[in-house]
Ligand binder design. Structure first.
Ligand SMILES: [Mg+2]
Length: 211
């Protein structure tokens, strides 16, 4: 199949890390919070139940988000740059749709030539001194169903979502197709429900399903 609009998840899809888990690990809360994230991505608990809880514990400041932005890029999944170059060459419209934190994802998007307005993620608010104040509590992406809402708003009949987690499957509710990416984490639920699934650790394995 060929698609005109190509949407990517970020964590465990474009980058090998789970951003919020890494922020937790950085302040010594790693194990406990990683379990929560994993439970949400496997569909065992609702995302909105854990989203605010994790951030309230971590309180990521501006420096932490800058650090995470660099970490996303240094842990880029193999083949990502090739995939984006190929999609740009074919004039595909690319979006990044993530339940991660916007300030940390924007540098990665910039590197891949994805305009900031095509990056959909959860914003974070800081005090003047850079301390964490709050996150964008109204963002649909901090809740289950958020990715479906964003995809519906893109209003395309030729759209594919590529991702590793349960929330990426929501694209199907919006009438889109899903390519499950198991190159970082191979999740049983996604493996079963996605329209296509790739287990290759190199993201270029998704290209034959898109172009
Ligand atoms: Mg993910």
């Amino acid at each position: 199949m060929s698609f005109q609009v190509v949407c990517f998840d970020c964590d465990s899809t474009l980058s090998k890390i789970e951003g919020i888990d890494e922020l937790a690990r950085r302040v010594g809360l790693g194990e406990e919070l990683a379990k929560l994230t994993d439970a949400a991505m496997n569909g065992e608990v609702a995302l909105e139940e854990i989203y605010g809880k994790r951030l309230e514990l971590i309180k990521p400041n501006r420096a932490a988000l800058d650090w995470l932005g660099e970490f996303y890029i240094s842990e880029l999944v193999d083949g990502v740059a090739d995939v984006f170059a190929e999609l740009h060459k074919h004039n595909k419209t690319i979006h990044i749709i993530s339940g991660g934190l916007l300030p940390a994802i924007l540098p990665l998007a910039k590197l891949l030539n994805v305009p900031a307005e095509n990056v959909h993620a959860v914003d974070v608010y800081f005090a003047e001194n850079g301390d964490y104040l709050d996150y964008e509590t109204k963002s649909p992406l901090a809740k289950n169903g958020g990715k479906a809402a964003i995809i519906k708003s893109l209003n395309s009949t030729s759209l594919v979502m590529i991702g590793d987690g349960k929330t990426d499957l929501e694209a199907q509710q919006a009438g889109a197709k899903v390519i499950g990416f198991g190159g970082v984490v191979d999740r049983k639920l996604v493996h079963e429900k996605a329209d296509f699934f790739v287990v290759n650790s190199n993201l270029t394995a998704v290209l034959p399903h898109i172009i």
